[in-house]
Design a protein around this ligand. Structure first.
Ligand SMILES: C=C(O[C@@H]1C=C(C(=O)O)C=C[C@H]1O)C(=O)O
Length: 399
C-alpha cells in the first residue's frame, strides 16, 4: 500500500519541488500524522459535504460522492488520489471531506522544543459548557436512566471556550501539540467556515492496509501522576478497576460484533492492556482482522464502526438519544472521525478527540467521559478536565 501512496507522494513532491518554499505550512492546511508518517494535503479539488450515514454501502449516496471526487483526482492525472478530512459524530450531519489537488507523505517532523506558552496570545476569558454543576447533574440523570431502561453506557461531554486577545496561530498550536504528544495522531483540518479543527487523538478507529484491518478502541481512563511510583499505582489500579473494565468491554464486544461478519479472521485479545498519553492512562485493546472482501475501503469500514460505544455509549441508538437529551450543545465534529482514504481503499481514521476548533481569537475545546451505572459525577467531571489538559497545555493555559 505504501508503495502506491509513495508513488502519488513523489508526484506531489515533484509538483511542489519548484515551489518548496511556497509549500510551507501556510498552504499545507490539512495534515494528519500517525506512526506511518505525516500526510500533507495541498489545495482542494473536490469537496464532499454529503452526510456519511449509510457510508458502509458502496452504492449509497455518500460513497458515490466519494468515488466521484476521487475520479476527479484521477482525471486530473493523480494515479492514487486521496480523500481527507473529518466526519461529524452524528453521521446525518454534513461531512467535511475533500480530495486535495495534491498530497505528500513525509517522515514526521523532528521534535522541536516549543516554549510552554507556544507563542499564544493572552487568554482573556474562558467558560465551560455545561458548568461543573450542570455536568454532574447530567451524569446523575444518565445513571438514573441506566437503572430504568436498557442503556448501559453513555458518553457525556463538555466544551471549554477560550477567548484570547488576538488571533491564534494554528501552526504554533500544532507544533506545541506535537512537542507534547509525540505518539498521538495529530491532525489539522480546514473547515468550510474558515475555522480549523486541530488535535491529537490517541484512538485509532480503523486502519485498512490491503486485506488487513486494525482498530484500537480506548475506554477506561485515569489521570497520569508526576511521581513515577504514584503513576504506576494509578495505572495498575486502572487495569483491575471493575467499573473501567466493564466500560471497556462494552466497546470491545461491540466492535467485535460489527467487524466479525466482514472478516475471515479476527483477533480480539482476552483483556485490555494499558496505553498512555502525556495526561492520561487508558485501557486499550488492539483488534486485528483479515477482510473477507479486501475491496471494502477504509472509509466504508470506518462508517460501519462509527460511533463505537467509546464515544457514544451502548446500545448505540439509545445512548445517542440520551446524549441528545442531556448534552446542551451539538457535538459537530467532536467524537466523529478524522483521517484519510486513498483511491485503492487503504486509509486510517481516528476518533476526533483531544481536539479543538480554532477560529480567529476563539478556541473551543472538547472532552467527554464514558458514564456507566458505577460512575461518580465528581470523578467523571475530573476526567473531562484531565482530558482537556492535552489541548489546554498546547494553548499555554493552566488546566
Ligand atoms: C470522549 C473522549 O474519550 C473517549 C472516552 C474514554 C473514556 O471514557 O475513558 C477514553 C477514550 C475515548 O474513547 C475524550 O477524550 O473526549
Amino acid at each position: 500500500m505504501r508503495t502506491a501512496v509513495l508513488e502519488a507522494s513523489q508526484e506531489a513532491s515533484q509538483e511542489h519541488a519548484s515551489q518548496e518554499h511556497v509549500a510551507s505550512a501556510a498552504c499545507a492546511k490539512m495534515s494528519f500524522s500517525s506512526g506511518q508518517g505525516e500526510l500533507r494535503a495541498f489545495g482542494q479539488r473536490a469537496f464532499i459535504s454529503v452526510p456519511a450515514k449509510g457510508g458502509q454501502d458502496r452504492a449509497g449516496l455518500f460513497q458515490r460522492a466519494v468515488d466521484a471526487a476521487l475520479e476527479e483526482g484521477r482525471r486530473a492525472g493523480q494515479s492514487n488520489p486521496v480523500v481527507v478530512g473529518a466526519i461529524p459524530f452524528d453521521l446525518a450531519e454534513p461531512s467535511c471531506l475533500y480530495v486535495p489537488e495534491s498530497y505528500e507523505w513525509r517522515a514526521r517532523p523532528p521534535l522541536q522544543s516549543v516554549p510552554a506558552d507556544a507563542g499564544m496570545p493572552t487568554l482573556l476569558d474562558q467558560k465551560s459548557i455545561p458548568s461543573e454543576a450542570e455536568f454532574k447533574k447530567a451524569v446523575e440523570h444518565a445513571i438514573v436512566n441506566f437503572r430504568m431502561c436498557d442503556v448501559r453506557k453513555a458518553v457525556l461531554s463538555v466544551i471549554r471556550e477560550l477567548r484570547f486577545d488576538g488571533a491564534v496561530d494554528v501552526d504554533r498550536l500544532l507544533q506545541s501539540l506535537r512537542a507534547q504528544n509525540r505518539d498521538g495522531y495529530q491532525f489539522r483540518v480546514p473547515l468550510p467556515d474558515g475555522a480549523q479543527l486541530v488535535g491529537v487523538s490517541p484512538e485509532l478507529l480503523l486502519r485498512k492496509t490491503g486485506d488487513t484491518v486494525v482498530s484500537n478502541p480506548l475506554a477506561g481512563s485515569a489521570r497520569r501522576q508526576l511521581d513515577p511510583a504514584a503513576d504506576r499505582t494509578v495505572a495498575d489500579a486502572l487495569l483491575i478497576s471493575p467499573k473501567d473494565l466493564y466500560e471497556h468491554k462494552l466497546v470491545i464486544d461491540d466492535v467485535e460484533r460489527v467487524l466479525k461478519p466482514y472478516c475471515t479472521e479476527l483477533d480480539v485479545p482476552a483483556g485490555p492492556s494499558l496505553m498512555s498519553t502525556a495526561a492520561l492512562w487508558h485501557l486499550s485493546t488492539r483488534i486485528e482482522g483479515r477482510l473477507t472482501d479486501p475491496g471494502m475501503t477504509a472509509l466504508q469500514l470506518a462508517c460501519l464502526l462509527h460511533p463505537t460505544p467509546a464515544v457514544c455509549g451502548y446500545p448505540t441508538e439509545r445512548a445517542h438519544k440520551l446524549i441528545r437529551f442531556v448534552e446542551p450543545f451539538e457535538r459537530g465534529l467532536f467524537t466523529g472521525m478524522v483521517g484519510w482514504c486513498d483511491g485503492e481503499g487503504n486509509g486510517e481514521w481516528v476518533v476526533t478527540i483531544r481536539c479543538g476548533i480554532v477560529q480567529d481569537d476563539k478556541v473551543r475545546l472538547f472532552a467527554g467521559a464514558g458514564i456507566v451505572e458505577a460512575s461518580q459525577p465528581e470523578a467523571e467531571w475530573a476526567e473531562t478536565q484531565t482530558k482537556l489538559r492535552t489541548m489546554l497545555n498546547a494553548c499555554g493555559v493552566a488546566a
